[in-house]
Ligand binder design. Structure first.
Ligand SMILES: [Zn+2]
Length: 118
């Protein structure tokens, strides 16, 4: 179901859900990890996305040291504003998806997409 949804509307949230399932169902964790990384790379070949690039960069690679914490923090800091939702009526941004905009009080004015994917 997630795959079908991703094919119809490829978003980082659906991709994250797919890789979560991959990692949770895997019998061999390292194979699942490299498959998850490949999925982010595949996404990046079609869509410019710092959120996907960050996931790819910070993903676990068996037998390799993970990125230094300072680098991970910098990536988190840079991607945080891109993961927000933005009201189409007034531009108010929030980390949660609202049905009723706290900025302009409009109803149903948040597209169900992250700022990076607008
Ligand atoms: Zn608004």
């Amino acid at each position: 179901m997630l795959e079908a949804h991703y094919q119809a509307a490829p978003s980082i949230d659906v991709l994250n859900a797919i890789t979560d399932v991959l990692l949770s169902r895997a019998s061999t964790h390292s194979a699942a990890q490299s498959e998850a990384l490949d999925r982010y790379l595949g996404h990046l070949q079609k869509h410019t996305s710092l959120m996907a690039a960050s996931r790819w960069l910070t993903g676990e690679r068996p037998g390799q040291a993970s990125l230094p914490e300072s680098v991970q923090k910098a990536l988190e800091h840079a991607t945080k504003p891109l993961a927000r939702y933005r009201c189409a009526a007034c531009g108010f941004e929030a980390k949660e998806h609202f049905w009723h905009c706290p900025g302009c009080q409009a109803w149903d004015s948040y597209p169900p997409k992250r700022v990076e994917e607008l």
